[in-house]
Design a protein around this ligand. Sequence first.
Ligand SMILES: Nc1ncnc2c1ncn2[C@@H]1O[C@H](COP(=O)(O)OP(=O)(O)O)[C@@H](O)[C@H]1O
Ligand SMILES: O=C(CO)[C@@H](O)[C@H](O)COP(=O)(O)O
Length: 505
Amino acid sequence: MRYVIGVDLGTSAVKCLLVSEGGEVVASASRPFDSMRIRSGYSEQDPEQWVQETVHCLQAVMAAAGVEASSVDGISFSGQMHGLVLLDEQQRLLRPAILWNDTRTSAECREIEATVGWEHLLAIAKNPALEGFTLPKLLWVRKHEPHLYDRAAVFLLPKDYVRFRLTGNIHAEFSDAAGTLLLDIPRREWSRELCDALAIDRGICPPLVESHACVGTLLPSIAEATGLTPSTPVFAGGADNACGAIGASVLEEDRTLCSIGTSGVILSPDRRERDVTGKLHYFNHAVPGIDYAMGVTLAAGQSLSWLRKLIAPSQSYDSLLAPIDSISPGAGGLLFTPYLSGERTPHADADIRGSFIGLDVSHSQAHMVRSVVEGITFSLCESLAILRAQGKSVDRIVSIGGGAQSETWLQIQADIFNAEMVSLRHEEGPGMGAAMLAAVGAGWFDRLDECAAVFVKWGRTFDPHPSRVEEYRQLFALYKEVYQQTESLSCRLKRFRDAERIQSV
Ligand SMILES: Nc1ncnc2c1ncn2[C@@H]1O[C@H](COP(=O)(O)OP(=O)(O)O)[C@@H](O)[C@H]1O
Ligand SMILES: O=C(CO)[C@@H](O)[C@H](O)COP(=O)(O)O
């Protein structure tokens, strides 16, 4: 039997999967990370911790599976998007990584828009300047930490840094590069025009390769630490949302994905540039020749993990969600907006913050949990509504991520989205897409759709229930008003939030 390994560098953890030729997960391992939030809006992680925990997980899957190291035909990666990792001439880290959910860069976003122009930016990078993207972070470091910026020789995205440390080779691939705002998406090259306009040395951008390209083999020290052989081929991989889509067989325009991890995503492949108006993100897929449109809720699963940590830290997600099944849509008149770290879609607003509206003395913990689950799903429904308004008919959605582990939540997704929800038989997350990129890179299959036909195994289907669809239609209209009503309040509360504080989440 032959195997491949998919590594998913998530925000809350790294997960490694050892996958057989039949697409079965033979062994898996996961190790959690913390994020550092030294101020409101800041979010950083230590890239060294990513490397250590990845090596630990690789060692754990090899030990658990007990397979010959020589039977592993390749490793590939999926990773949290947009994070900035800066290296000096000696390829040493200059500072902690600034993550996708860090929103300190509003001033830099305005600077990019003013210098490049909105239309021009959309023509080249296909996206507006958003705080989470990599380019504004680079400009922030240049402005606030010039002593570090001056020493920067190259920037990397999170999974590309881990892959570099495992192979010694520096690369980026298109699906993640698209989320930097420095890629000329139509030309598939780092944008000379954007670099020149913003006075960025194009030499700081890493060389670009395809997602299934072989970029080297394991360093001897890594092979020894993990139990793999130094000749194991390593393939570039993709952005976590692209890999999540691959692992769920969302490869063509007729499919749509809902992913609820730390963030939440509605993603649909696109060959026609239906949305390059900046309402949704528009990125290269890790599937050759196709792009995708995507809307992002910054704190999706994170809103639930935040609530659990506050009110029931010892409860599992399963037991936290068990009582919400007996509560009706609308959680007894309680609405939640998940803007815990600002928002991206449909409100590109770093200053908005979340709210519970309608708290009543009769509300229990279960009402709060249900309203958080509903609020996250309403937020994703706003992205879905944009896709539908652009003419995409969405009747069936594949649901992945931590949020797809709960049947109650899957039914709520069906009722709020008014679409049939399909889960995967084994919810493995984007690591499966990474394993599939390794399987194609290793030559097991010529194309990802051929691989998907073998690897992707469907789970249960959840149909929308007409009466609940109607109730949620009415609640969704109220939910959408909460942003309008709280926007100015959130803005005026900002100076109180900005009081410095140190915490880890
Ligand atoms: N059993 C569960 N039921 C419902 N939600 C869950 C469950 N397990 C995890 N989650 C949600 O999924 C989130 C983690 O999803 P995951 O895909 O593992 O995250 P990431 O890839 O961003 O690190 C948690 O924050 C939580 O909100
Ligand atoms: O910023 C985005 C997409 O634009 C996020 O989706 C990150 O890619 C993090 O993903 P998760 O850790 O939630 O999977």
